[in-house]
Design a protein around this ligand. Structure first.
Ligand code: PBG
Length: 325
């Protein structure tokens, strides 16, 4: 493979050749669209740091779900913004909570679109932490039952898959057991297995009103400096019964994604998070980068690193690009 015998440029000289040798194909099939479900009638609140995204009441969620389905996107993931918050996050597992109602509405109107639900307490607790707070400690074991009840209520409402994002130890086992006991053994768990304590979640916390009221999430989310530990986190969730494991965020953690894909024989999801989206949108708005091209390059790089599916706020836009080529 030496010049002049080997000339890599030969296979790059036209679009047809480039298509033939392209190693990574980003597809609409890979995309999962995150949506924010808010209480109220006919509400559509723009999220300033996430242009093109809104807090949506149930009627608008159904509309957007229809649009996603129409573009060929296989799934959405729902986050809830409850009307009231309390220390135990009771709206997270309330039968008529916002996510539970949104799931029922979307499943009745757009049945073929898979609805995944984010399972966590931070959007529902007044302190904004992902688990139960005792003093200033986030109590792991006390949180497990509430998380499992949340997953159970989502599944009972018709969620096709549940996705715990809390990072409490042992929650996958707890959720699996509770689902199985309720005859919901067919409901898969997508676990946020390697979830880092990241500043890239900033815009999401504005969107969901879920910033912690004291301290940060560093006692339960992973240290950004750790890679080996991600392997242990993922093996634990695999052992506990996760069906899909997730790496989050995506772009600053492509090394982790690549290793997880190589070491485990399970589908791997990557979460292209709110801050990753906001940066591209902001730079594109300023005219500093070509937004659509950076979007496609970013999503392709996440797929190339090993993601079988990508949760991304670009899902609708990327699907449009993919469908038009
Ligand atoms: C809830 C949750 C968060 C995100 C997904 N689920 C926020 C957090 O952990 O603080 C972040 C998603 C994003 O930034 O797009 N725990």
């Amino acid at each position: 493979m030496l010049f002049p015998d080997y000339r890599p440029r030969r296979m790059r000289q036209n679009a047809a050749f480039r298509r033939l040798v392209r190693e990574t194909q980003l597809q609409v099939d890979d995309l999962i669209l995150p949506l924010f479900a808010v209480e109220g009638k006919d509400v559509k609140n723009a999220i300033p740091s996430m242009p093109g995204h809104f807090q949506l009441s149930v009627n608008h969620l159904v509309e957007t779900a229809r649009e996603a389905h129409g573009l060929g996107i296989p799934a959405v993931i729902l986050f809830g913004i409850p009307a009231r918050k309390d220390p135990m996050g009771t709206q997270a597992y309330a039968k008529d909570g916002i996510v539970q109602r949104a799931v029922r509405a979307i499943k009745s109107k757009v049945p073929d679109l898979a609805v995944i639900t984010d399972v966590c307490l931070c959007e529902y607790t007044d302190h904004g932490h992902c688990g139960v707070v005792q003093g200033h400690i986030i109590d792991n074991d006390l949180s497990l039952d509430l998380l499992a009840q949340t997953a159970l209520s989502h599944a009972k409402a018709g969620a096709d898959m549940v996705a715990p994002s809390d990072m409490m130890d042992g929650r996958v086992t707890e959720i699996r057991n509770v689902l199985d006991e309720a005859n919901l053994s067919h409901v898969p768990i997508m676990s946020y297995a390697a979830k880092y304590c990241s500043a890239f979640y900033g815009p999401f916390r504005e969107a969901a009103g879920s910033a912690p009221q004291f301290g940060d999430r560093s006692t339960y989310q992973m240290d950004p400096a750790n890679a080996q530990e991600a392997i242990r986190e993922v093996s634990m969730d695999v052992e506990e019964g996760a069906d899909i494991v997730m790496v989050k965020p995506a772009l600053p953690y492509l090394d982790i994604l690549c290793r997880i894909k190589q070491e485990f024989d399970l589908p791997v999801a990557a979460y292209n998070v709110s801050g990753e989206y906001a940066m591209i949108k902001a730079a594109a708005e300023k005219g500093w980068i070509d937004g659509p091209r950076v979007m496609m390059e970013t999503l392709t790089s996440i797929k190339r690193a090993g993601a079988d599916m990508i949760l991304t706020y670009f899902a609708l836009e990327a699907a449009q690009v993919l469908n038009n080529r």
